[in-house]
Unconditional design. Structure first.
Length: 460
């Protein structure tokens, strides 16, 4: 039997308003939701629940607050007090574990058997959406009298060539600086020194989550700005193709505040990368529920990469015998599952490059994909729900955990709390397998039923 455990909640949520008219970051309190207000004019006990999440799939990280619709001391409800673009900080067990941006405030009422139920729901997304809100819409010109998409792309290429030295990490940072400079300029040529970019400058971390060792696999031709809508996330993703790379954002908490870290890296599924992933400890007594098992929905049997603009076309890579090393087929699984392809597309290849082996890059990519995803039907996956740990080292998306004698990758972590209960976390688990100390895959986790019983007793 799973033991029931409840942790006394140590949670609060504060909403602040940033002065978007200031050239430096400044904020003023809107409301601080606490369990027991102490008389401060901004404190309230109207919060009845919240949720937030982080995911290696992208930048959205949505959140939601559920509030009682009662008026404050001045007679205003939170429909009047909270506004779009306010910042929300969710504080758990001594640190701010999340920061998001308000996008929607909605009043909800419904009739039930016990009478009317009214609430106010505040929702929004993580700070990554602030970058997404900057979009360069180029219809040849950025604006009348402004730079053309071609001129802007050429200037970016010059800046990258001057700063990157072939380092992909520096290329990403240079694109970030150049994009913000364009996005915060106005038609008369002046740069905007206030607005959303003061929040970005205050909280965004473009250093710690992008390893300096991240390098280009092939020569790039920097032609990123196109006519139409340009988004920095799309530009970054175009040179960090899935499923070879990960690109997401994650809030790194502190006692007050913290930073929003951009994480750009090769997927950490090679032994050396898997070995060094953070691995927070899971307390078996904090377990609420779990669901684990195998499925074949994501089985892949054929792995290859393509490089548009290179001397090797897709058809040559897929069909010609001399390029068979640039594609990998799983001979064992093909008879059962047939043709299930997985492809990575490397864009922006510099066609003028000489003495470069396209074939070698495609061969390495195909081998990586086959190694990383060839065991999808044998990996354990599922979910684990637990009471939120009260220690600083708690499970995060993009890390791994030890569970059932093996190790699992955390793709998504969803947090929630409701009045009267403990804050909880739901972990989305993938790649459950036995791994060696060096990070090598050893094989499926055996005797799952026995291990689950041992886990519930706290033996593993």
């Amino acid at each position: 039997m799973i033991d029931y455990k409840q942790r006394r909640p140590d949670v609060s949520v504060r909403v602040v308003r940033t002065d978007y008219a200031s050239s430096t970051y400044s904020e003023s309190p809107v409301v601080n939701f606490v369990s027991h207000p102490e008389g401060s004019g901004t404190e309230s006990d109207a919060l009845v629940g919240y949720s937030y999440e982080e995911d290696v799939a992208g930048k959205e990280s949505p959140f939601s607050l559920t509030l009682v619709s009662k008026p404050d001391r001045s007679g205003k409800t939170f429909m009047d007090l909270i506004q779009p673009m306010d910042l929300v900080f969710i504080h758990e067990f001594g640190i701010d574990r999340y920061c998001g941006v308000v996008h929607d405030i909605r009043y909800s009422a419904r009739m039930t058997d016990s009478g009317p139920q009214r609430s106010i729901v505040v929702s929004g997304s993580g700070l990554g959406d602030l970058l997404a809100s900057f979009q360069l819409v180029m219809n040849y010109y950025l604006w009348v009298g402004g730079p053309t998409s071609q001129t802007a792309a050429k200037q970016l290429a010059i800046e990258i060539q001057a700063t990157s030295g072939g380092s992909l990490s520096e290329i990403l940072r240079t694109i970030y600086k150049n994009f913000l400079k364009l996005a915060t300029a106005i038609p008369d040529g002046a740069e905007i020194s206030h607005g959303v970019q003061t929040v970005i400058s205050k909280y965004f971390d473009m250093e710690k989550g992008i390893p300096d060792s991240l390098s280009t696999r092939y020569p790039l031709a920097m032609r990123f700005y196109q006519e139409g809508v340009n988004s920095i996330w799309d530009i970054w993703r175009s040179i960090l193709p899935q499923p070879i790379y990960e690109l997401f954002g994650r809030w790194e908490g502190a006692v007050v505040g913290g930073s929003y870290r951009i994480i750009a890296r090769q997927c950490p599924f090679s032994p050396a990368d898997w070995k060094i992933l953070d691995k927070p400890k899971i307390d078996p007594l904090a377990l609420i529920s779990y669901s684990v098992g195998n499925d074949d929905a994501e089985v892949k049997t054929f792995f290859y990469a393509t490089m548009p603009g290179s001397e090797l076309s897709d058809k040559e890579v897929l069909a010609m015998d001399q390029y068979k090393a640039a594609r990998k087929a799983n001979q064992e699984k093909w008879p059962k599952y047939g043709y299930r392809p997985m492809n990575a597309t490397f864009r922006h290849f510099n066609r003028s490059t000489k003495e470069f082996s396209t074939q070698k890059v495609l061969e390495e990519a195909a081998a990586l994909l086959a190694d990383w995803y060839g065991e999808n039907d044998r990996f354990l996956s599922g979910s684990l729900s637990m009471i939120s740990p009260d220690q600083p080292n708690y499970p995060r998306a993009g890390e791994k955990i030890g569970f059932l004698g093996g190790e699992f990758y955390l793709e998504r972590v969803a947090h929630s709390w409701a009045y009267g209960g403990s804050p909880t976390m739901e972990l989305s688990l993938t790649r459950g397998f036995l791994y060696s100390e060096s990070g090598q895959k050893k094989g499926p986790i055996p005797s799952i039923g026995r291990r689950l019983l041992e886990f519930e007793r706290g033996d593993v």
